[in-house]
Structure formats: C-alpha cells, structure tokens
Design a protein around this ligand. Structure first.
Ligand SMILES: Cc1cc2nc3c(=O)[nH]c(=O)nc-3n(C[C@H](O)[C@H](O)[C@H](O)COP(=O)(O)OP(=O)(O)OC[C@H]3O[C@@H](n4cnc5c(N)ncnc54)[C@H](O)[C@@H]3O)c2cc1C
Length: 1069
C-alpha cells in the first residue's frame, strides 16, 4: 500500500475519532447495505396449509439434491481420484522424471558454472600475477635499457678518454705528423713477378690518417711499428679485395718465431675499440685493422671496400654497426701492393697465400712527398734534378746488370741504409732522453736540438756519401768487368735515393717535427693537464719500485708506477735489436729456482704468485792477471778445485777455516727474512713471527754490521789468492773492497754460493722478464705501470707529499703515499718547487740535504763510480752452443791485483756475459748475444761535460769499446770480427745517466761498513717514502727488492703484512 493511501484511510478514521463518533454508532445506513434491506413480513394466523407443504416439498428436494450432490461428488471424487492417479501415472511421473533430469542437468550446469567461476577467479588471479610480472619485466627492461644506455654512454666516454690519451701519447712520442711508415718486404724467389724489374725486395710507404681523425688507431699502429712488433711478420692472405698482413711466419722466419706472442706481451695486440672516421673510408689502397677489435692483422684494400668494411658492413660481428678502423693510405709502392695480388692462394675460403711475403722491417720514417704529389709545381732546378735522377735510373736499367747482382746490390744498400737509420733513430731517442733530464729553458733546448739535428744531418750525409762511395767502388769493379762505363753514377744516386726513401737523410720536415715532439714533452697542453687520484704513487719502475708497487697492490692499495723510460725495470730493463735481446744490467742471479728461498725477490714472487721461468746453470769463469783461466762449477767442490789449482799451498785450509768462522754469521744473516721488517711499531709483531730467527740475528747484530776485512784480519789470512778472491767477491756484490763491505753481505753470499747443490739461475727470456713478472703482479691487483711518464715534481701541501706532477702537466694525487724509487738527487730535485714555496719543514730540508751530501769529510756518503758497457750480437759459427769449463757463460777478467786502488781501480775488472749460451732464444739462430762492462770503476769525470756528437766523445767511446772487446776476446778471440752490423752499442757514464736516470751514472752509494749507514724508507716529510739501492739494504737485485718490500710493509696494516708473510716459503732450518 502506498503511503498516500494509508495516509488517507488513517485520516478518515482519525477524522471520525476527532468528531466524537465511534465506528459502531453509525448514523442512518446507506440504502445498499444489509442493514438497509427491507425485513420479511410475518405470516398472519389463519393463512392456508398448502404453503407448508410446498415448503416441505421444497425442503425434501433440497435434501435430495444435497444427497445427490454428496453422492455425486463422492463418485466424482473416486473418478477424480482415478483421474488423478491416471494423471499422476501418465503425466506427473514422466514430468517429475523430466524435472529430475532437468534438475540434475541444472545441478551439473551449476557445478560446471561454479567450476568455471572458480577457474575464472583463478585465471583472474593468474592474470593479475602475470600483469604484475609483466610490469616487473617492463621495469627490468626499462632499467636494463637505462643500464645499456649508461654503458653505451660510458663506452663512448671511455672511447673518448682512450682517444684523448692516445692523442696525448701520440703527440708526445711521435709528434703532430703527418706520420709515415715504411714497410720493407722480402719476396720468396718463387713469388710471381709483376714486371721485369720486380726483385726479391719491395717497399711500401704509407701515410697515416691525421691525428684528429683516428688518434687511437694511429697511435696504436705507430707503437706497434716503433716496438718493431711487425718485423718478421708477413703478408699472408690474398683475399682479392684485400691483402692481409700480420703475425704469420714466412720463408725467412726462424722455426719457432712467436710472432703473435710479441704483440700480446707488449700489450699492443688489438686496438682498444673500433675507431672509425667517415672522413677516412676504406678506399682502394687504404689500410684497415682486421678482426674485432682490430689487429694485430691489418690489410691493404685493393678495391673500394667502403661498404664492406665501413659501418654496418660486417654483419657477422656482435655490433655490426661498427666498422673496421681505417687508418692509413699507401703513398708509395703501389706496384708492390699489386704484385702481392698475383700470389697464388691455398685451397679454401680463407685464400691464404701459397708463399707468404716477409715483412723484413717496418719503420716510422720522415717522407718528403713529391711536389707533384702535393699538387705543387717544381722549380726549374728541382725539375732538372728530377729529370737527371730519372735518366740515371733509366740508364741503370739499360746497364742490364744481371738480376741477381742487382738484387744483391740493392739489398746491400738497404742493409747499409737501415744500419745508418738505426743510428739516427738511436740518436733521436738519446736526444729525447736528454730532453727529459735537461732542465734548460725551452729556447735553449730548441737551439741545442736544432744544432744536434744539423750536426747529425751533416754527419749522416757524410756517412752516406762515404758508403755510397764504397759501393761505387764495388760497382766500378763490376762495371769494369763488363766494360760498362756509366754504372757508378746511377748507383750512387740509387743509394742516395734509397737512403732518402728510408728516411736517413733528415729533411727539414723531420727536423721541425722533432722540435715539436720535444716541446710536447715539456709543455702541458690543455687536454693533457688532467688530474686523477690514487692511493699510492711510485716514482720509478726499478726493481725496488716495482716490488713495492706489487705488494701495495696486493694489499688493495690502488697504486700507479710512473716511469720515465719506455720500458720497465730501471737497471734491469732489456731491449731488442735485430733479433738480439740485450740487457742493461744484472745477469748473475741465485736463489730463484728453489721453492724455499731466503731471496727476498723470490719471496715477493711467492706473495704475488708470479714468477719467471728459471733456467739453472752452474759455472762462472775468471781470468786472472797472469792469464790463468778457470770456470769450475760453483759450490764447495768447484771452490775446492779452484783453490787447489790456483791458490797454492794453504789456500784450501784458509778458506775452510774462514767458512767455519763465518758459519754463525751466515746462519744469522739468512735467518730472518727482510720481508718481516717494517718501519713502525708493528715491527714488534711481524718480527716476533720468527722468534728464534730474530734471536739468532740479534745475537750477531753487531758483528753483521762490521767490515768483512775485520774478520779477514782476525783470521790472519795470508794466502794472496784467497785475499784477492774475497776482495773481488766483495767488490762484485757491493762495489766495495772487503774493507768497506758489511759482514752481513758476505756471510749471506758465502752461505748461498758455497752450499752443496747450489745452482745459478737465469730467467728465461732475459733479465727483463724479472721486471715483467713484477709488472704482472702490479697489474693483476688493479695497479698500473705507466711508461713514458716522467715525474717533474712531488707536490707538497703543508709538509705532506700529496701527489706528483708529470712532465706532461698531469697531476696525480696520492691519498696515502708517494714513494720515490728515483735516486736521492733526483728526488731532491722533484722537491725543489715545494722547497721554494716554503712547504717543507726544516727537518725535511735537513734530511734531504743529508741524503744528497756526497762529501765524506762532511759526513756525507759519496757515490760509487760509473760504468762503460758494450752490447753486441756476434756470429756464433764454430763457437760452442753450450757452456763448459772452456767456454763459460759469464766470466770476470781481472787485470791487476796490485794497483793502489785495488779492485776499485778504473777498468781493472771487466764482467762479461753471453746469456744466449743459457737461453738460445736471446739471439737469432747461429748467433750469440754479448754484454761486457766495468762494474762501478769508470770515473764519471772522464766523460763529464763531453758533447756526445764531438769527436772527442767518439774517440773515447772507441777506446772504451776496444778495451771491452779485449775482455770478451779472452774467450771469443775474434769476437769483434764476428759482430753483426747494427748491433754494437757502446754505453758510457753519460748513457747510463740518461737511460737509467742515475745521477752521474753511479752504481749506487759508497756506504762503507762501520763508517756510514744507509737511510731507511720513511722520511720526515709525511707521505713521502723512499726505496731503491740508495736505501737500506743497498745495491743488488735481492737488496733492492727488499727495500721496496720494507716500504710497502710500512704502508700496509700489520694484519696485511702478516698475511703476506704467511705466503712466503723460507728455507727450513
Ligand atoms: C750494469 C749493472 C750490472 C749489475 N749486475 C748485477 C748483478 O749481476 N746482480 C745483482 O744482484 N745486481 C746487479 N746490479 C745492481 C742492480 O741491478 C741494481 O742495484 C738494481 O737494479 C737497482 O734497482 P733500483 O730499483 O734501486 O733502481 P733503478 O733500477 O735505478 O730504478 C730507478 C727507476 O726510476 C726511474 N726514474 C728516475 N727518475 C724518474 C722520474 N723523475 N720520473 C719517473 N721515473 C724516474 C728510472 O728511469 C728507473 O727506471 C747491476 C747494476 C748494473 C747497473
């Protein structure tokens, strides 16, 4: 009911109540209501009877009807019942069955719907989960995309940095360019000839891409060339569209040439990234690096390969959008390139040449491009000259020299030219060295260089003239034979032409470039003067500096070693020339081939888990002043034999009693490893790791520091041979006679050399391998050794060394320490700015002043003398290939025992070494490599102030060489006649000073036992530490390694130090 209706009814009732009317007490009834029907009238008495009868009859009928009705309805009921039953039977049951079925179906449907609902709920849930996962994946993808972008940006930044660094290096080392490289080739006689005149040699000159276009690739290639890595490699593939060259052997290669290894070892195998400039595409006759990242193989395109090798050209690489670096173009020798295309190839897709073309050498040369090539017109004179040259060359062809003769001649000329060129290259690197050391003003330097170059140019021209005249002579003889007259002149010009092409005549352009290059060594250009921060900076890569850096890196200190030279190792560096491997300094080692060793350097190798491969050998020769020679095995038996044969009566007994006297000292000297030392209170802990050894050393402490001569006196040694022998051993160890050598040094040495089963050890590959092993140690723990990085200044802030400034202007800050491995005089110079600026404390100034005081009378420590050296490769035909008593690997020559200065007298003792007898890989097959020097007896004063280009200097050098050859000839009588041209190098104190950065070329400090002591490694200038042979424990390979270790130990924590000590394996006591 609507609320409106209810409302109405309610209001009706209420209105009635309101008017005081009860619902029962109604007013007059409406007409149509029951109450309003007319009432039946009552029968009056005396009315007729018929009316009652009708009434009775009616009633009876009603009864009948009622009974009938009831009877009828009962029957009907029965019938209905039947009907119902029938209906139930016929309709309801089937219907109910049908309904039941329907119901079941519905239930089933309901169940399946229920299931579907559940499933859809699950699906929904799964969907939600999936959506979540999709979101997560999208997030991850987004993050990855971001990361990838970051990496791409980072990669680009790295590439830019690499380009910047490469450019800096390139400008410093090779000047601004244009840069030219000459590729000299050797063709197998069977190799097809392009035309009649093709001989067995070929030459291609290439011009490198401008520095701005391809700084990294150009730098990389120039370094590879400069390091002679391609010399001996080959052009080995003729792919049709390119001729490919690289480290593959050729018909000239020695059997086991490890050409690829050279690139790997030098760290210049493949470029660091695929640099490409659209301005330098892969046109015909351009050069590109092969592979990804490219190198060391390179190729010369023999067609336009811009599409094939340009961006996107090589789809088989990970990032096909990159391109091969294209970095140079051929400017001369196109015929030679074309000739290589004639090479037959082996079956297969690679198209390897049947006979590889030898790259005999690759050199950076200066090249004056012909004016026509530059699009300039020749002057009349130049045109005339060119005409004459061409005529002469033509006429030389007409002379119809027999081909082999001509080739022979050309080869001869090339050989001479190369030899001369070597000299020029050497002298230019000498100049470079000088530039770094020299602190003259820039203009003074320029003038000096200009003068140098001029003199060198004149000298070279003179030399070329002479050489060509020599050749003229040869040619004239040949010409006479054939009665041909005009042969001398053409060949003379040909010689000159070849020389020019080889870059021997220093043209003006080269001169200019040299000046620019040299300037860039000193001037910090904007882009090189960057800053960086590390934990420790080590100045110098001598064995001390490298040992220190390797240990610091091992202990997690980010360490950078900065080395002036282009090779690590300082006195122990090595270099290669013409296939000979030369070493600048040490060659005598022991205590490396055994696992348990007291040698500190061996122990350092154990800590950093790097080492050399050690070849053992056992003899060492001596030539006495009376001409007697002996080379017995080292060790007690060999010594006994020597003493018996050369010492005369009593020698053996005296030596035996000395060894007995020295035994406790030897025991003490070898007891405690110097690696346990550190220069702070932590030493108490690290030394106490070896309590018994410490006790033994302390027990002999005083005696170990006394001069060895004290013991010799105490023993009352009389045998002259024994006394001289001991004096010589002292001198070879420390550069001092017995009177100045500490007992500790001799005690250690006697125990080491004269123990049963002792061997001498030599590092396979030469002494440079020792430095290389340490460099590996620095690198593997995240440190770095940077070559060509001359340090100018140690930066000091409030009496604390906080970094260094390089000659390039770059600043490297050191959070923890600056360690100087340079000698004290150089270290002092590096502090001069700080001194001037008043940043050094008085204590630091006094300390440095004391270090550089060489006046013994004023309490200073003088320097030992310097050296003269000869290095040479010799022809070994007929010489033994293995060492023996008659032909030792190393020998000492003593000229006089009785000079007033004794063993220290100038040029009295010479040491010679022929390491190719131990390791044949150090010289080409059939050759030996030699080194002879006077150890620390050459007065610097004899050479001081000499101009290296002066006749005086040259004369002195010749005398020195003559003297050194004579010592070599004690065992190789005709050695100087066997010398391989271009390999003889004579070093003087000036060379030593320049190349090894040793002030006045000194061997080290002349610290006399009992009179003075060596400084330690800590300095009063906070943050500045020292290491090297001018510090404790002094000169020699083991000693300098120990000095580097003590410095490193002091800079690391005691637990780190103990951790290192736990890795070393000392001899069992
Ligand atoms: C000819 C010779 C033969 C020897 N024979 C033996 C031997 O047979 N056995 C033996 O045990 N010992 C021998 N020695 C001794 C031994 O080689 C040395 O004592 C030892 O190698 C010196 O090492 P060092 O680290 O102290 O210094 P160095 O080797 O002199 O190293 C110092 C380094 O510092 C660099 N440097 C200097 N100034 C700067 C600067 N401003 N910026 C960057 N870098 C700079 C130098 O270029 C150099 O590389 C010999 C030495 C010589 C010279």
């Amino acid at each position: 009911m609507s609320s409106g209706v209810q409302q109405r009814k309610k209001s009706d009732i209420s209105s009635q109540i309101e008017h005081g009317v009860s619902p029962e007490k109604k007013g007059p009834e409406p007409k149509n209501s029951l109450a309003g029907r007319p009432r039946r009238r009552r029968r009056a008495p005396g009315q007729p009877l018929a009316r009652e009868w009708v009434l009775g009859f009616g009633l009876m009928m009603v009864g009948v009807l009622l009974a009938g009705y009831f009877l009828m309805s009962r029957h009907e009921k029965v019938q209905m019942e039947h009907l119902r039953e029938d209906i139930i039977h016929d309709k309801v049951e089937p219907m109910s069955r049908e309904w039941e079925e329907k119901l079941a179906a519905l239930e089933e449907e309901r169940d399946s719907l229920k299931k579907e609902v559940t499933e859809s709920a699950q699906f929904k849930e799964g969907k939600t989960q999936l959506e979540e996962q999709i979101h997560q994946v999208e997030d991850i993808r987004e993050k990855q995309e971001h990361d990838i972008q970051h990496l791409i940006d980072y990669k680009r930044q790295m590439q830019r940095n690499i380009e910047l660094l490469s450019k800096t290096e390139l400008l410093e080392k090779f000047g601004p360019g244009p840069h030219y490289v000459e590729i000299n080739l050797g063709f197998d006689p069977e190799f097809p000839k392009g035309n009649e005149s093709d001989g067995n040699t070929g030459r291609i000159v290439i011009e490198l891409a401008p520095v701005e276009e391809m700084p990294h690739t150009v730098y990389w290639f120039l370094e590879q060339v400069n390091r002679t890595l391609y010399d001996g490699c080959s052009f080995h593939r003729n792919a049709g569209h390119v001729i490919q060259g690289g480290p593959a052997p050729n018909f000239l290669s020695p059997p086991e040439a490890k050409l690829n290894r050279r690139f790997v070892d030098a760290g210049f195998h493949s470029v660091l990234f695929q640099e490409y400039s659209p301005n330098f595409p892969h046109k015909k006759y351009t050069l590109g690096f092969a592979g990804r990242p490219g190198g060391p193989d390179f190729y010369i395109s023999t067609m336009d390969n811009s599409l094939l090798h340009g961006p996107g050209g090589q789809t088989n690489y990970e990032d096909s959008s990159e391109a091969d670096p294209c970095f140079a173009k051929v400017i001369d020798g196109f015929d030679t390139v074309d000739r290589m295309l004639l090479s037959p190839v082996k079956p297969g897709n690679y198209r390897a040449m049947v006979t590889n073309v030898a790259i005999t050498s690759m050199k950076i040369v200066s090249y004056e491009r012909k004016k026509e090539e530059k699009g300039e017109t020749l002057t009349k004179d130049e045109a005339e000259e060119e005409k004459v040259k061409n005529e002469v060359i033509e006429s030389s062809k007409e002379e119809k020299l027999s081909k082999s003769e001509k080739e022979e001649l050309v080869e001869e000329v090339e050989k001479k030219s190369k030899y001369l060129k070597h000299e020029i290259v050497d002298s230019s690197s000498e100049r470079k060295e000088k530039e770094v050391v020299d602190e003259d003003s820039e203009s003074k330097l320029k003038n000096k260089l200009a003068e140098d170059v001029k003199q060198k140019q004149e000298a070279t021209e003179r030399k070329l003239e002479n050489d060509s005249l020599d050749l003229d002579g040869v040619l004239k003889i040949r010409a006479k034979r054939r009665e041909k007259r005009r042969i001398g002149q053409p060949m003379k010009l040909l010689v000159f032409g070849l020389a020019l092409a080889n870059g021997f005549v220093v043209p003006t352009m080269q001169h200019a470039n040299q000046l620019k290059t040299s300037n860039s060594l000193f001037v910090a250009t904007g882009d090189v003067a960057t800053e960086e921060e590390v934990d420790c900076v080590v100045i110098g890569s001598g064995l001390a500096g490298l040992s220190c850096a390797a240990l610091l890196s091992h202990c997690g200190k980010k360490t950078v070693v900065l080395e002036s030279h282009d090779t690590p190792g300082g006195c122990t560096h090595s270099w290669t020339r013409r296939g000979f491997h030369f070493e600048s300094g040490p060659s005598l080692y022991s205590g490396f081939s055994m696992d348990r060793s007291p040698n500190p350097l061996k122990n350092i190798f154990q800590i950093i888990e790097e080492d050399c491969e050690w070849i053992t050998y056992d003899r060492w020769g001596t030539v006495l002043p009376n001409g007697e020679k002996f080379a017995p095995p080292i060790g007690p038996e060999g010594l006994a034999k020597t003493l018996k044969q050369h010492g005369g009566p009593g020698a053996e007994e005296e030596f035996a009693s000395l060894m007995e006297r020295m035994a406790p000292l030897s025991d003490a000297a070898q007891a405690l490893s110097s690696l346990a030392l550190r220069e702070d209170a932590g030493a108490v802990v690290t030394l106490l790791k070896y309590p018994f050894e410490l006790f033994r050393t302390l027990q002999q402490g005083q005696a170990l520091n006394e001069p060895f001569s004290v013991i010799m006196d105490e023993m009352k040694l009389k045998n002259k041979f024994v006394i001289n022998w001991l004096d010589m051993l002292c001198f070879l160890l420390q550069g001092l006679p017995a009177s100045g050598t500490m007992n500790a040094v001799m005690a250690y040495m006697l125990a080491d050399w004269y123990r049963p089963g002792v061997t001498l050890d030599f590092p396979k590959g030469g002494s440079g391998e020792i430095a290389n092993a340490l460099v590996r140690g620095v690198n593997k723990f995240g440190g770095e050794v940077r070559l060509n990085s001359h340090v100018d200044e140690i930066i000091v802030d409030q009496n604390r060394a906080v970094g260094v400034k390089l000659a390039s202007g770059k600043v490297i800050r050191a959070k923890h320490a600056v360690v100087s491995n340079a000698d004290p005089f150089i270290t002092n110079k590096m502090l001069s700015s700080a001194r001037l600026a008043g940043h050094l404390s008085n204590e630091a100034i006094e300390y440095m002043n004391k270090l550089i005081n060489t006046d013994a009378e004023d309490g200073g420590v003088p320097n030992l003398k310097s050296f003269i050296h000869i290095h040479a490769g010799i022809d070994a035909s007929g010489l033994p290939t293995v060492a023996s008593e008659d032909f030792p690997t190393q020998w000492a020559v003593v000229r006089d025992w009785d000079l007033p200065e004794g063993v220290e007298a100038p040029r009295n003792i010479v040491l010679c070494s022929m390491p190719s007898l131990i390791d044949p890989s150090l010289a080409p097959e059939g050759k030996h490599v030699l080194h002879a020097y006077v150890p620390a007896t050459e007065p610097y004063e004899w050479w001081e102030g000499l101009d290296r280009d002066s006749d005086d200097y040259k004369k002195k050098k010749e005398e020195a060489a003559d003297f050194l050859w004579s010592a070599i000839e004690e065992y190789v009588p005709d050695a100087r006649n066997r010398a391989v041209p271009g390999t003889v190098q004579v070093g003087t104190p000036l060379t030593h000073e320049r190349f090894l950065r040793r002030t006045r070329g000194a061997y080290g400090p002349r610290v006399e036992a009992g009179k003075s002591t060596l400084p330690g490694h800590k300095t009063p200038l906070e943050g500045l530490f020292l290491c090297g042979d001018f510090t404790f424990p002094g000169i020699g390979v083991p000693a300098t390694a120990a000095s580097g270790a003590v410095t490193a130990n002091t800079l690391v924590s005691v637990p780190q130090h103990l951790g290192m000590l736990s890795k070393i394996r000392l001899p069992e006591k």
